[in-house]
Design a protein around this ligand. Sequence first.
Ligand SMILES: Cc1cc2nc3c(=O)[nH]c(=O)nc-3n(C[C@H](O)[C@H](O)[C@H](O)COP(=O)(O)OP(=O)(O)OC[C@H]3O[C@@H](n4cnc5c(N)ncnc54)[C@H](O)[C@@H]3O)c2cc1C
Length: 82
Amino acid sequence: MQHKSHALVIGGSLTGLLMARILANHFDLVTIVERDVYPDQPMPRKGVPHSRFPHTLMLRGQQIFEQLFPGLRGCFKRQLRL
Ligand SMILES: Cc1cc2nc3c(=O)[nH]c(=O)nc-3n(C[C@H](O)[C@H](O)[C@H](O)COP(=O)(O)OP(=O)(O)OC[C@H]3O[C@@H](n4cnc5c(N)ncnc54)[C@H](O)[C@@H]3O)c2cc1C
């Protein structure tokens, strides 16, 4: 049987999703273990209570996210109707 590398990320919020995206470049399989169920729409959830508060992503962070998830900035703009 061929050996496959497998990375495990605990927590699928901002850091976990970002980490999983980066690990996907280096591992055959990446599994995210998240205790919440993701809602269908962007909304606060139990595991991320601070998501109720307004958040700002600084410019360099936006650039890094856009590199890793092309088109993400456009999604934010549509969400915020900018
Ligand atoms: C009031 C407030 C305002 C802020 N404003 C800003 C801002 O403007 N700009 C900014 O950059 N940052 C801001 N921050 C900081 C930012 O919110 C955090 O740095 C960020 O949310 C951390 O993300 P994270 O993915 O590391 O953790 P979290 O977002 O806390 O996510 C942790 C995840 O792990 C999951 N989890 C927890 N335990 C388990 C388990 N045992 N098994 C499986 N899953 C588990 C949770 O359900 C959750 O999905 C603010 C924070 C607060 C409190």
